[in-house]
Design a protein around this ligand. Structure first.
Ligand SMILES: Cc1cc2nc3c(=O)[nH]c(=O)nc-3n(C[C@H](O)[C@H](O)[C@H](O)COP(=O)(O)OP(=O)(O)OC[C@H]3O[C@@H](n4cnc5c(N)ncnc54)[C@H](O)[C@@H]3O)c2cc1C
Length: 288
């Protein structure tokens, strides 16, 4: 089993999402057959914002456990806390630990229409402190950060102050929100280091495969689309294959620049697309 600790090179990791509850698990296992072949340092598994209400967490636990036990790679379970009670979290931690999943991405989660958040956790830092209190150092804790600031924060500086509180509660590593202009990431990192945040930060990269998908993501997370990227979208929006290849080229160029800057790691939002993950992985493997 590979380890991501004490590496003296950049980490390269993938993010996947489990199938919805009414869909077969076969597709995710086919995707994992291909992704694990690329030997990422870890694969993280998202958890739908519905939490326990729609059973999202069950599939996250199942897939993260399979990554550990069936594929013998490092699996990380996302845990968006506002839709869970403390007891739910304790039960999930128990189950994850039993299955050998010892890494958690501790998140607040987004508010969902028609679903009232539970009252036990308000910020991701509450979950981080709770895990440390109840499980000590038995879990390695990851958390999210936002190179352009979180959409609800009044400004980047305030967001970084809140990030510092979250890290101080017991975070080991950070994974960033997606961004398309590396300058935002460098400026954020500079500010975070000045604010005393010393943990490794992985850069989140999402290769674009279709225009609608990217517009939805950008609306949700507020990432800036640089002009040269908009030109690519405009030129190839009606040619899916060309857009996919252009998206791969753009993401690869971003990653090469990040690695040249000595970034701690690259976290690829794969959208369960193993073709894209393989193309990028093949191009950058020797640069890590
Ligand atoms: C890598 C990554 C993976 C993700 N995976 C998932 C997933 O699987 N499922 C899912 O539902 N969502 C996921 N998300 C989305 C995430 O849940 C949302 O972005 C959410 O809005 C914020 O989560 P957080 O953990 O960053 O929250 P927090 O760290 O709690 O921050 C949220 C906001 O609150 C502010 N804040 C934090 N602490 C305080 C405080 N003490 N006082 C006042 N303000 C404070 C912050 O500045 C920020 O504006 C992911 C995001 C990233 C970057």
């Amino acid at each position: 089993m590979p380890t991501i600790d004490n590496q003296n090179r950049a980490i390269f990791s993938f993010e996947i999402f489990p199938p919805k509850r009414d869909m077969s698990m076969d597709t995710i296992y086919r995707t994992l057959d291909e992704l694990t072949d690329l030997e990422p340092d870890f694969i993280s598994v998202t958890c739908g914002a519905g939490g326990s209400a729609d059973g999202s967490n069950r599939r996250t636990i199942e897939v993260a456990s399979a990554i550990q036990n069936k594929y013998h790679r490092v699996g990380i379970a996302h845990l968006p806390c506002i839709h869970f009670t403390r007891n739910d979290v304790l039960t999930m931690l128990d189950e994850l630990e039993t299955n050998g999943v010892k890494k958690i991405l501790a998140l607040r989660g987004d508010r969902v229409p028609d679903l009232t958040p539970k009252e036990d956790f308000h910020h991701a830092s509450d979950l981080v402190a709770f895990i440390r209190e109840h499980a000590g150092d038995r879990f390695q804790i990851f958390a999210a950060c936002y190179p352009e600031g979180h959409t609800e924060a009044p400004d980047l500086d305030t967001d970084i102050q809140n990030l510092r509180r979250k890290v101080d509660a017991g975070v080991d590593r950070l994974i960033s929100q997606l961004f398309f202009d590396n300058e935002f990431f460098y400026e954020f990192l500079n500010k975070a280091r000045k604010a005393g945040i010393t943990v490794p930060v992985e850069a989140g990269i999402m290769p674009v495969t279709n225009k609608k998908q990217i517009e939805r993501m950008v609306t949700l997370c507020g990432a800036t689309l640089p002009r040269k990227f908009q030109r690519v979208l405009a030129k190839y929006e009606s040619q899916p294959e060309a857009l996919r290849e252009a998206g791969i080229a753009f993401a690869t160029e971003q990653i090469v620049d990040l690695l040249a800057h000595g970034v701690d790691g690259i976290h690829l939002y794969t959208m369960n697309n193993s073709y894209i993950a393989r193309k990028i992985s093949d191009s950058i493997r020797t640069l890590l």
